[in-house]
Design a protein around this ligand. Structure first.
Ligand SMILES: [Zn+2]
Length: 239
């Protein structure tokens, strides 16, 4: 049985955006690009092109800061500035806007660690206020049919408005060494589905996290090919 992969590509659009887009089109692979406002200001036409090709452009804040380091007002500005850009970009592409959000660094307001199960009361309150703000702005948690990891749903990640991931390819830490290159590809074969390593032996659908960084485009393409060879079928979430 084929498993479903929902491909997400963060920090777009950068210099290799069109190269990645052409690669994905060739393999007929859909994806959601989570774009920062700063990058969209540089390359709005790239985002328009991707929308016209059927890809989804999501909000990844304006300047990619840790939300746990922001005040609530600053957090709202980070979301809203990119939301305004996206309104224009969707309009130019003549597409109905899809509002989907991902926090930079996966920092939902209590740091980078998804395993942080002990946020303080202040952090919980801050988190709720941002979630409410996203909801008011029209953002929604998409549906991910086939996604059934317990460690994912028990953290309320499917109820939160922002989109997290089930597998972080960690190609963003590639330092141009062969050893790192190999370890990024080899960790895809680890069998530990209950602990965020389910690509090889899990039974759930996966939300795959990759990035549009220039220096990792080669490894990006290999990661995608490896997912294809593992039997994953790529789909868009249901918005
Ligand atoms: Zn990012």
């Amino acid at each position: 049985v084929n498993r479903i992969a929902y491909l997400t590509i963060d920090d777009a659009p950068r210099n290799d955006f069109r190269k990645k887009l052409a690669f994905l089109k060739l393999l007929n692979i859909p994806a959601v690009f989570y774009c920062t406002g700063e990058s969209l200001m540089q390359k709005p036409d790239d985002a328009v092109l991707a929308l016209k090709e059927g890809y989804v452009i999501g909000n990844h804040s304006y300047s990619h800061l840790h939300f746990s380091s922001l005040t609530f007002d600053q957090a709202c500005v980070e979301i809203e500035k990119t939301d305004n850009l996206l309104k224009e970009i969707y309009k130019t592409a003549e597409k109905k806007i899809i509002r989907t959000f991902r926090f930079p660094y996966g920092d939902k307001g209590w740091g980078d660690d998804p395993e942080n199960t002990q946020p303080s009361l202040d952090e919980k309150f801050f988190h709720k206020k941002i979630q409410d703000f996203l909801r008011e702005k029209g953002y929604k948690q998409p549906e991910f049919p086939g996604l059934n990891y317990e460690h994912y749903s028990e953290k309320n990640f499917l109820e939160d408005i922002d989109v997290f991931w089930t597998y972080d390819c960690r190609e963003w830490e590639y330092d141009q060494t062969d050893s790192m290159f190999n370890s990024i590809l080899e960790r895809m074969d680890v069998d530990d589905p209950g602990n965020w390593f389910g690509l090889n032996s899990g039974t759930s659908a996966e939300i795959i996290l990759t990035h549009d960084h220039d220096e990792t485009t080669v490894i990006f393409e290999l990661l995608i090919k490896k997912l294809v060879s593992k039997g994953f079928i790529f789909k868009l979430p249901e918005f």
